[in-house]
Design a protein around this ligand. Structure first.
Ligand SMILES: [Mn+2]
Length: 250
């Protein structure tokens, strides 16, 4: 699409204040549209700041993005007592943003939802992901992103995956190995092309080369302690394909 805008909503590893502080400068200098904490005006959610137009090379608005940051329980609207307040509160908030977006868009413009969240049935990387939304006890169902969503670009989980088998609801995954169990993961990015309200192509681009790599170190503990004291580090050996050696393995 060649858009000049790049929405950047906050994940749970980011500081909302640190993202918000340079926001005016970033918005002025470049294409970044930063959303730190859930924006509010006079106590109400500032829906306008969560809606970002994507312009094509002709400078026409081709699609809109719901740039929703990681949501905390305090961000969510109150829902009926019979329903899960975190799941249905999240659904209600997305619904409000989508309704505000529909009031602005024309029927031929696509809708791309962003979210930093934990979805039902998704694959975790236990050692590198922090638990969100009540300790992962309130996974979100895929139908939070309904038929009026062209594509949902999700963050938080490090393994690239579709959600509930839907091609157009995905985690692109982390491009860096963030723990040793991520060494076996194929890091990738997802290239999505859309025309109007439909996706025309969704491709996982494999072979993303990260500069930072996981490496294993084999040595006796007393040597490691001695090296730390002398500031000399033991020789590092990169892990063999197929995983790390466990202690005692050769
Ligand atoms: Mn996260």
């Amino acid at each position: 699409m060649g858009s000049r805008n790049m929405p950047l909503p906050r994940g749970n590893h980011d500081s909302a204040a640190r993202l918000e502080e340079p926001r005016p400068i970033l918005n002025e200098l470049g294409p970044l549209h930063v959303v730190g904490g859930l924006p509010r005006v006079n106590g109400e959610v500032d829906l306008e700041r969560l809606i970002v137009p994507l312009r094509d090379r002709q400078d026409t608005i081709a699609a809109w993005v719901l740039a929703v940051p990681i949501l905390r329980p305090a961000d969510l609207p109150t829902v009926g007592q019979d329903s899960d307040p975190l799941v249905e509160g999240t659904r209600a908030l997305y619904q409000r943003v989508i309704e505000a977006l529909h009031a602005r868009r024309t029927p031929d413009q696509g809708v791309i939802a962003m979210g930093h969240c934990y979805m039902v049935g998704s694959q975790l990387s236990e050692s590198s992901e922090r638990k969100v939304m009540g300790g992962n006890q309130h996974p979100l169902p895929h139908d939070i992103f309904g038929a009026d969503i062209t594509y949902a670009a999700l963050g938080h989980l490090h393994v690239p995956q579709r959600v509930s088998g839907r091609e157009n609801v995905r985690y692109s995954g982390a491009v860096l190995p963030l723990s040793f169990d991520a060494k076996a993961v194929h890091h990738s990015v997802v290239l999505v092309e859309i025309a109007g309200t439909q996706t025309t192509s969704i491709r996982e681009l494999q072979g993303v080369r990260a500069e930072r790599r996981a490496a294993s170190t084999r040595c006796r503990l007393r040597h490691l302690a001695g090296a730390a004291r002398s500031r000399r580090w033991p020789r590092r050996s990169t892990a063999t394909p197929g995983g790390m050696r466990r202690p005692g393995q050769t």
